[in-house]
Design a protein around this ligand. Structure first.
Ligand SMILES: *[C@@H]1O[C@H](CO)[C@@H](O)[C@H](O)[C@H]1NC(C)=O
Ligand SMILES: *[C@@H]1O[C@H](CO)[C@@H](O)[C@H](O)[C@H]1NC(C)=O
Ligand SMILES: *[C@@H]1O[C@H](CO)[C@@H](O)[C@H](O)[C@H]1NC(C)=O
Ligand SMILES: *[C@@H]1O[C@H](CO)[C@@H](O)[C@H](O)[C@H]1NC(C)=O
Ligand SMILES: *[C@@H]1O[C@H](CO)[C@@H](O)[C@H](O)[C@H]1NC(C)=O
Length: 209
């Protein structure tokens, strides 16, 4: 709450308190009549009186101002709490039937998939599998170094297009102690295939000497 809102809040509280006192004074003299008609009349009077006071004091505008603040705050809260929507149709793949895939794991950066990192998905695949495991990777650039060890057999990576899905890291021969260690994705396992995904090395070109 900023200063303006806080002041407004206390002003509103004060006004309401004063109004309540005024109203109670106004209705107490006739409060001994207990018939329902009298009560109804009282409520009507009370309401009219309140309306008149509100009009005269110009706090009608103030109330709409307060209302705006409150609804504004509510709207902001809604934006903050906005839920990400997960689209599960993107995990369909013709490779599942083409290769008689026995396990499908999904990866994305939004929290809608089984994993948020490609390496974690690879680690979760069964060792020495004789059947295919498909790892479907949503659009995005996955900044990680990926290693598929020899026992992770029959893996398939499938991205959402080589322009949309990328695994990127920036190692160099210098940073790793040899060009062979600087790769972004390293495959030691038999029968590995990848579709519609790019593997990038994003290290800047070496300085000219
Ligand atoms: C992967 O996610 C799908 C759908 O969210 C779920 O049905 C499946 O059990 C998950 N698999 C694993 C291994 O967590
Ligand atoms: C690799 O795939 C071929 C054909 O799909 C299969 O015959 C072979 O057994 C697989 N190799 C391994 C190590 O699973
Ligand atoms: C890779 O990128 C990170 C962050 O952008 C940076 O700190 C690091 O020095 C880079 N490594 C190389 C070898 O360029
Ligand atoms: C390689 O790394 C060394 C220190 O580890 C540094 O002095 C040198 O400038 C680096 N060379 C290049 C081309 O980045
Ligand atoms: C890869 O992308 C091309 C072009 O969008 C598409 O025709 C093909 O079916 C995709 N491959 C797989 C395995 O989804």
């Amino acid at each position: 709450m900023n200063i303006k809102t806080t002041t407004s809040f206390w002003f509103a509280a004060f006004t309401i308190a004063v109004l309540s006192i005024v109203i109670s004074f106004y209705i107490i003299p006739s409060s001994k009549t207990t018939t329902s008609i009298a009560i109804n009349t009282q409520s009507g009077l009370e309401l009219n009186f309140l309306k008149r006071v509100v009009k005269q004091s110009g706090i009608e505008n103030f109330y709409s101002f307060l209302d705006q603040i409150v609804s504004g705050t509510t709207r902001r809260h809604h934006r903050k709490r906005r839920k990400i929507t997960c689209d599960n149709t993107k995990w369909k793949s013709r490779l599942i039937s083409d290769y008689d895939v026995s396990l499908v794991l999904t990866v994305d950066l939004k929290g809608c998939a089984n994993f948020s990192s490609v390496q974690k998905a690879v680690d979760a695949t069964p060792d020495g599998s004789l059947t295919r495991t498909l790892i479907i990777i949503d659009s995005g650039t996955y900044r990680e170094k990926v290693m598929v060890r020899a026992k992770k057999t029959n893996l398939i990576f499938q991205g959402q297009g080589y322009l949309n899905t990328a695994i990127a890291w920036n190692d160099t021969a210098n940073s790793t102690g040899g060009t062979v260690y600087s790769s972004t994705v390293t495959i030691f396992a038999p029968n590995f295939t990848a579709h519609n995904i790019s593997f990038q090395n994003t290290a800047p070109p070496p300085e000219p000497r």
